[in-house]
Design a protein around this ligand. Structure first.
Ligand code: G1P
Length: 287
């Protein structure tokens, strides 16, 4: 099982971030000095991915521009001898081979992923949701790919959550099979603490076998008319086993305003170039 392709869904309206997302894509909001989506792209590339399909919608042109060349800016930086910036700008557009696919209607995450069926062309593939930023000793998607290769199956990333988290994430019914590895025996989208099977949540990274597309097509829309990937995975596991992998590392849920703030502060404290000054600034705050 060789995994060379990844899909990054980035078509949503970003309603949890309004008004910041009224005229710009949520995925372009910067955590420190990089747009959120660049973290996902770098993680994918660091995991061995070569081809990336970004699922976009109206108003997402800035995403396409970000990963494209910008000859005028490159020329300007060259003339000004801003070599470091120039190198960085050139590096971003050479990260991977990018494809952009339009999702014309917002019909849920399952539907967004289905748009990549032709791009995926029958291969196993990874999915990265750009809201989640991971800081791991081994890139999170790489950890999943290794597990998928070992089990020759779809693998979803798991993290432990508290009662509040059961309202925000898909929750699985786990059957332990090895250290950090669980067979997924059932799953439910955002059940809340009363209906949750466990404290193991799905948090934004997946590796799928191509059979997921048939499952998505057979998935009934939920009460809001959306096709949930969680429901599609439930169908997939009737055909073949699906595993969950408790990743090693730290994850920041930057998908809402408070999470974004927490992620930004935590990541700033790890950045060698301004860690020290920022730490002393925080210490001086009269809390
Ligand atoms: C989606 C999935 C959910 C998963 C979450 C991870 O939800 O439907 O199962 O736990 O991503 O971030 P969303 O955040 O799009 O509502």
């Amino acid at each position: 099982m060789k995994i060379r392709k990844a899909v990054i869904p980035a078509a949503g309206y970003g309603t949890r971030f309004l008004p910041a997302t009224k005229a710009q894509p949520k995925e372009m909001l910067a955590v420190l000095d990089k747009p959120m989506i660049q973290y996902s792209v770098e993680e994918a590339v660091g995991s061995g991915i070569e081809h990336i399909a970004v699922i976009v919608s109206r108003g997402k042109d800035a995403l396409l521009d970000h990963f494209d060349r910008n000859p005028e800016l490159e020329q300007f930086l060259r003339e000004k001898k801003k070599t470091d910036s120039l190198r960085e700008i050139e590096r971003i557009s050479a990260l991977a081979e990018f494809h952009y696919i339009r999702q014309r209607e917002m019909l849920g995450l399952g539907h967004a992923i289905l748009q990549a069926e032709e791009f995926v062309a029958g291969e196993p593939f990874a999915v990265l949701l750009p809201d989640d930023i991971f800081d791991c000793p081994v890139p999170c998607t790489r950890q999943l790919i290794t597990a998928a290769e070992e089990y020759q199956a779809s693998v979803i990333v798991l993290g432990r959550v508290d009662a509040e988290g059961t309202k925000k994430y898909g929750i699985i019914k786990p059957h332990p099979v090895a250290e950090r590895v669980f067979r997924v025996d059932d799953m439910i989208e955002k059940p809340g603490p009363e209906r949750a099977f466990s404290d193991l949540a799905i948090i934004g990274r997946y590796v799928f076998t191509p059979e997921i597309f048939r499952s998505i097509r057979n998935t009934e829309p939920d009460s809001r008319g959306e096709i949930q990937i969680t429901d599609a995975i439930k169908l997939l596991r009737q055909e073949q086993p699906v595993y969950g992998y408790l990743f090693e590392g730290t994850r920041y849920d930057c998908g809402d305003k408070l999470g974004f703030l927490k992620g930004s502060v935590s990541l700033a404290l790890k950045r060698p170039d301004y860690q020290e000054e920022f730490r002393s600034f925080l210490k001086d705050l009269d809390l």
